[in-house]
Design a protein around this ligand. Structure first.
Ligand code: SIN
Length: 350
């Protein structure tokens, strides 16, 4: 009797075990994988190269993006961040991306204008009254067109990050009136609209990589430059300049880019992780950029090493007046919609 009971129990256990084995073999292949056990060769590595320091909005966002991707992919996707142009210098990183030596970059929008010239709309002086207006512009029809332009050129734009508004600095005199620019030489980013901005003010320009600016100023090869507070402070530019005009005349932001061919061959699951991570980081980055620029302005005020002039309403009006011809030229070349769609002009007859 006892023997029989024991046999029945044994058969039941056997049935249970085989049923669970059959069920587990029917599970889809997305079971949890311990990625710590995966060799380096099996991981997806994304080399993210950028040209600014670690303690900048872009530098911090790149790091945060890397750790989010690691966490979400359980270590399967490794984003390696190379700051300060260690891997690829300014002006060379797009080449590196297209050659697939690096897989991710976040250049200033002005630096992709040789591929998609319409991006120069963001460089138009005094085009936006606030960062909110920039976001509105980029989230609308124009933004989609600009993003599509990048795809057509073989890029995959993953996201848009802010830095902030640019300010003018120079060594020679306070810049309050358009005529104050006359004869001075400024370093600029490679954008035709930015070049025209200084040309209208009768100033000279030269386009140099960001990492050269400090030395150019130190050696008196240029008189001034334009940049955001956080970039000025992170590169110690203010230590080589006497005057800063808080003009907020132009926007500086970034497009986070991959090569489209690289993106297309990533597994769908990985694409999803990258998209989710960039979304999370972007919300954080925008707030971080705003805060860092505020803190950097405070640092500039506190150091008392540079004379800061806040452009008055009337001075701003004069600068805008002097720079107006650029708008007409831009409109003639790319069409009125880029200007009509600026939040400040929306609904108004242009
Ligand atoms: C950057 O913020 O990426 C650099 C901007 C510049 O070249 O001035």
């Amino acid at each position: 009797m006892i023997h029989n009971l024991f046999r029945i129990k044994f058969v039941m256990i056997l049935m249970l075990v085989s049923t669970s084995l059959i069920l587990s073999s029917c599970q889809p292949q997305n079971r949890a994988v311990d990625h710590e056990q995966i060799s380096r060769e099996e991981r997806i590595v994304i080399r993210f190269s950028h040209i600014v320091g670690e303690k900048t909005p872009k530098g911090m966002a790149a790091r945060r993006f890397a750790s989010l991707v690691k966490e979400k992919s359980n270590g399967f996707v490794e984003v390696q961040v190379f700051p300060n142009g260690y891997l690829y210098r300014d002006g060379e990183e797009i080449d590196g991306l297209l050659k697939n030596d690096i897989q991710m970059i976040a250049p200033a929008t002005a630096k992709i204008t040789s591929f998609v010239p319409e991006w120069q709309a963001l460089d138009l002086p005094f085009a936006f009254n606030s960062i909110g207006e920039v976001h509105e512009y980029l989230e609308g029809e124009i933004g989609s067109k600009l993003m599509y332009g990048l795809q057509r050129e073989g890029f995959y734009p993953l996201g848009l990050w802010d830095n902030g508004f640019k300010q003018m600095t120079n060594m020679t005199k306070p810049l309050t009136q358009p005529r104050d620019f006359r004869g001075l030489k400024f370093r600029i980013m490679p954008s035709e609209i930015i070049r025209q901005q200084f040309l209208e003010l009768e100033a000279g320009t030269q386009s140099n990589s960001f990492n050269e600016v400090y030395q150019l100023l130190e050696k008196n090869k240029i008189d001034g430059q334009e940049n955001t507070y956080s970039n000025i402070v992170s590169k110690r530019i203010h230590t080589q300049q006497k005057y800063l005009t808080a003009s907020n005349h132009g926007y500086l932001g970034y497009v986070v880019l991959l090569k489209k061919e690289f993106w297309d061959q990533l597994p769908e699951e990985v694409q999803k992780i990258l998209q989710e991570s960039i979304k999370e980081v972007t919300d954080w980055e925008k707030e971080m950029a705003r805060k860092m620029n505020e803190e950097s302005l405070q640092e500039l005020k506190d150091c008392k090493c540079v004379e800061i002039h806040f452009l008055s309403k009337e001075e701003k009006r004069l600068w805008e007046e002097a720079l107006k011809p650029i708008y007409q030229r831009f409109e003639d070349r790319f069409g009125a919609e880029y200007i009509n769609q600026l939040p400040r002009n929306k609904g108004a007859e242009h």
